[in-house]
Design a protein around this ligand. Structure first.
Ligand code: BG6
Ligand code: MG
Length: 239
């Protein structure tokens, strides 16, 4: 198990949390934990991913657009590269694929350095604070190997009770592993977890983990989740 994740004793932490003044605690408590996807849910990294993949696609002479970029939601870095290479006329060795994926990631990380706490909207932060004030555990379940870097950029590195990310898993969404690990790190069962996702692959992963899901953004168009959110703050009515 990675050093940064400790198995929490559930309930014990509920009353010890610092919650900003004026935040109303959620009162229904249908779920004990909410597991948030990061990219496209807590904040948007879409443009940075797009710009970095587009630079690589241009370099290799591959057609790439926003629609293809949408297919990369929730999908791991190497699987994303494979999707982009569907429109490539040549063949790449595994070593070349790794080199290009690393190149993309270096550019992506340099763009991420522009991210600041303002990248997380007040609605998102206030909603999470209200859930926390109601005693609900909050976790990240992200396919990204950059999740901790991004959370640090936006000042949320110490905010979540647990982080399960691309560094913890061998199977990418729609496999349930990332959410199973998040629940395991929190010390709670799947049946008390709600997953919040913007990717169809993420909603499928939640379902495969035996967890309820709330879809937002792109995933909400498909009617696959238990709830479709128009706004992030609607989580307060569900939880
Ligand atoms: C997911 C994104 O969160 O992380 C995907 O939705 C991305 O688009 C995946 O491919 C992996 O990201 P990273 O940061 O490890 O390259
Ligand atoms: Mg996402």
């Amino acid at each position: 198990m990675p050093k940064c994740n400790k198995i929490l004793e559930p309930i014990k932490r509920y009353n010890e949390r610092g919650v900003p003044a004026g935040i109303q605690p959620v009162m229904h408590m249908k779920y004990k934990a909410v597991i948030f996807d990061l990219d496209g849910v807590i904040l948007s990294t879409d443009n940075y991913h797009y710009e970095a993949w587009k630079a690589l696609a241009d370099k290799l002479g591959i057609y790439f657009d926003e629609t293809i970029n949408n297919r990369l939601r929730g999908v791991s870095r190497m699987e994303s590269l494979e999707i982009i290479l569907e429109k490539y006329n040549g063949r790449l060795t595994d070593a070349e694929k790794l080199k290009y994926a690393n190149e993309k990631n270096e550019l992506y990380k340099s763009l991420l350095k522009n991210m600041a706490p303002s990248a997380v909207s007040k609605e998102v932060k206030d909603t999470m604070d209200s859930l926390r004030a109601g005693g609900i555990l909050l976790a990240i379940g992200s396919s990204s190997k950059n999740a901790k870097f991004i959370l640090k950029q936006v000042g949320l590195n110490d905010y979540f009770d647990s982080i399960s990310d691309g560094e913890d898993i061998t199977n990418s969404k729609p496999h349930p592993e990332v959410f199973q690990k998040a629940a395991q790190f929190l010390g709670v069962g799947a049946e008390v977890c709600l997953v919040v996702e913007d990717a169809v692959s993420g909603v499928e992963a939640a379902k495969a983990a035996g967890m309820d899901s709330a879809a937002i953004g792109d995933a909400a168009k498909f009617n696959l989740a238990n709830y479709n959110l128009k706004n992030f703050s609607e989580l307060l009515e569900i939880c």
